[in-house]
Ligand binder design. Sequence first.
Ligand code: MG
Length: 215
Amino acid sequence: MTTPFALWDLDRTLIRLEIDIEDVKRWKTKIKARLAPLGWDGWLSPMLPTLENALDTLQETHGERVAGLRADLYRNLDDWEAQALQGLTPIHHGIEHLCALAERDTPLALVTNNGKPAADKALRALDEYAASQGWTPPSWRAQVFRTHHRPSKPAPDMLAFALQTMGYDGHSPALMFGDSDSDRFSAQALAGSGVPIKFVDVRSLPLQSTGGWVR
Ligand SMILES: [Mg+2]
């Protein structure tokens, strides 16, 4: 049986990043205040795709001024997210599944819309949880975080970059493990461009949902 390439979402797939909703509202207010002088006054929900769209639209009229703002906002978001992190809750069956793949030397990549500072904290907690259960911890062949250089999920770009970084051969089966529509849509978009990738909803695991690839 061909070994699949396995891509994993982080938040609510492997570990829950607990962030106070009031902190989210405060951050949205700050972003809006930065965008308002450029003439943008819209909703930021869902936050990342709408922010990316707003910045793309503004860049067409304001050019390089927006490129600098974009980098600054993403840096602030990364810092804010790591500071706003109230707690980390491991998701048992997600981590169990990941570690079962790690045991079989499945090529693994993390593909998360979270920023690196918060995700690094979550990955440390994930490794500790795996160790506490006696499971093989993941050895990531690629880790792809939110960055202003690349559109976030539901765009397929982060998944494509992860596969490229892993040395993907272009025809092996690939699986995207996630919990949300953004994970599903990103995998579907990539499948539409010819990559044999399927979405696996971790909320609907048990194991047979991977088509027998895992066990
Ligand atoms: Mg998620």
